[in-house]
Design a protein around this ligand. Structure first.
Ligand SMILES: [Zn+2]
Ligand SMILES: [Zn+2]
Length: 137
């Protein structure tokens, strides 16, 4: 099964094959700023599962709350971050779950950085919660 994630304007799209290895809900302050929302949700795929990347993108590099580097790939036109690369997971891409616009997308199994979780956010059932980045590797 393949799925395609795309940005708001549709110019940048990424197609992946199969189910994600892991889906993580992240409450860190950087995900809050990146998304403009209370948390970010990322689906992680090995590089070889990514079958197509098309469109113009810009790369923004920053340090994460854990002090490691993260590289966000966003649409040069509308600014949506479609996927990213974390220093801690060099062989996988994180894909922005919202960019799949699929209500049946697999649910998060880990919720990380609960230390900065918004007070009203409830962690889903069957989702392990971690104060910090957890042990995702
Ligand atoms: Zn776009
Ligand atoms: Zn985060």
């Amino acid at each position: 099964m393949s799925r395609t994630a795309q940005c708001s304007c549709g110019q940048l799209s990424v197609t992946v094959e199969g189910d994600p290895e892991l889906v993580v809900l992240c409450n860190c302050t950087e995900c809050q700023r990146r998304t403009g929302s209370a948390f970010g949700i990322g689906a992680y795929f090995k590089h070889e599962r990514v079958t197509d990347i098309s469109g113009e993108q810009t790369i923004f590099q920053r340090s994460s709350d854990s002090g490691r580097q993260a590289e966000a790939h966003f649409c040069s036109v509308c600014g949506t971050t479609v996927y990213w690369q974390l220093e801690m997971w060099p062989d996988r891409y994180g894909m922005a779950v919202g960019c799949f616009a699929d209500p049946n997308f697999p649910q998060p199994r880990a919720s990380v950085w609960s230390a900065t979780k918004h007070e009203w956010v409830r962690t889903p059932e069957d989702c392990r919660e971690f104060e910090d980045q957890g042990s995702r590797a």
